[in-house]
Design a protein around this ligand. Sequence first.
Ligand SMILES: *[C@@H]1O[C@H](CO)[C@@H](O)[C@H](O)[C@H]1NC(C)=O
Ligand SMILES: *[C@@H]1O[C@H](CO)[C@@H](O)[C@H](O)[C@H]1NC(C)=O
Ligand SMILES: *[C@@H]1O[C@H](CO)[C@@H](O)[C@H](O)[C@H]1NC(C)=O
Ligand SMILES: *[C@@H]1O[C@H](CO)[C@@H](O)[C@H](O)[C@H]1NC(C)=O
Length: 338
Amino acid sequence: MKVVIVLAASIALCAGNEVLSVPGDNSHYIEGESRFIWMPDGDGVPLLVDLEESFDEELLNTRYGANNEYWLYTRKNPNISQLIVKGNANSAWNSNYASGRPLKVLVHGWQNNGNSSMNTLIKSAFLEEQDANVIVVDWHAFASSNYLTAAEGVPEIGEYLGNFLIWLINTAGGNWDNVHLVGFSLGAHVVGNAGRQVDGRAARVTGLDPAGPKWHGNSKALNKQSGQYVEAIHTDGGVFGILEPIAHADFYPNGGKNPQPGCCLMSTCSHSRAYELFASSVLNNSFKGRGCKDLDQAKSVKCNGSIFSMGNGIISKRGFGIFGLKTGSSYPFFFFYF
Ligand SMILES: *[C@@H]1O[C@H](CO)[C@@H](O)[C@H](O)[C@H]1NC(C)=O
Ligand SMILES: *[C@@H]1O[C@H](CO)[C@@H](O)[C@H](O)[C@H]1NC(C)=O
Ligand SMILES: *[C@@H]1O[C@H](CO)[C@@H](O)[C@H](O)[C@H]1NC(C)=O
Ligand SMILES: *[C@@H]1O[C@H](CO)[C@@H](O)[C@H](O)[C@H]1NC(C)=O
């Protein structure tokens, strides 16, 4: 009991004027400054995260990247995955992996796993739209550690993923110009590191609301060196997502911040909107971004420059700049003028 009171008192002291009494309310939060933030666990229940908490050193000292699992889905097995194991060539040769087809790699974020909705939505969209190899990376054992530990481990998770992809292409064939890496939240930084591990050869890298806390100005974040063409879709910038542009092309739907249309005050909905928009764009390439002069214009949803599609599944997509657009509030999220 005493411990709880002391802890509560120290939170109140350390947090200064930050209002932390309402679970999930991050209105106090300032990127790069605030110590405390509410984050959703895998079921969306808000957990108060101390951004100065200590690492789980014991976990960080293991070769945790080796626990990554690679689940292959194709049109032949859209619902039941085949496990591909690095170093076991038969696991690749005997699978439905087809070297001549596009390779899409999906990576989840904190407190999620390979079955999380980000994976199922995007996997289904890709397989409906094209005959591809979709590999879902499951790193749930490590992603379920405390946020700071999970964030600290992201570069190694990405390094192992990169080495796996090199092995897969060397063993079972494939072409870097056909590789598209897609990551959500912390997973965006995982694919950022995986992309650099393969020397930026992947044709396309998509970061879906790349995680913000601890990634502001971090050299291990997703960046332009992560692929031939790197894009980010920001939907909860400044809270769970990073607000600043970090890619070749950065999209700011509805200003890039919480609340996105149809979302209430909590950031979870706005954060998840990034992968919902992306899945919709793969099925129907209808989101027209407009070039912005700068981030302020994007935040105020006033961009009116040249048109560049947000999202889609086109492997050869290339572009550069900051883009803004409006979306609707429910699936497929297209915005219509009345
Ligand atoms: C896969 O699951 C979807 C959605 O549940 C279903 O519509 C589809 O028929 C399933 N496909 C196969 C091949 O089992
Ligand atoms: C994912 O779903 C499959 C099929 O339902 C299940 O066998 C597996 O244990 C699940 N894995 C995780 C990490 O939740
Ligand atoms: C894609 O969306 C547009 C609206 O932007 C709609 O008119 C069109 O029918 C849709 N196409 C498909 C294949 O669903
Ligand atoms: C964009 O809007 C500004 C004023 O808000 C206007 O001066 C400019 O011509 C517009 N550009 C385009 C491409 O419509």
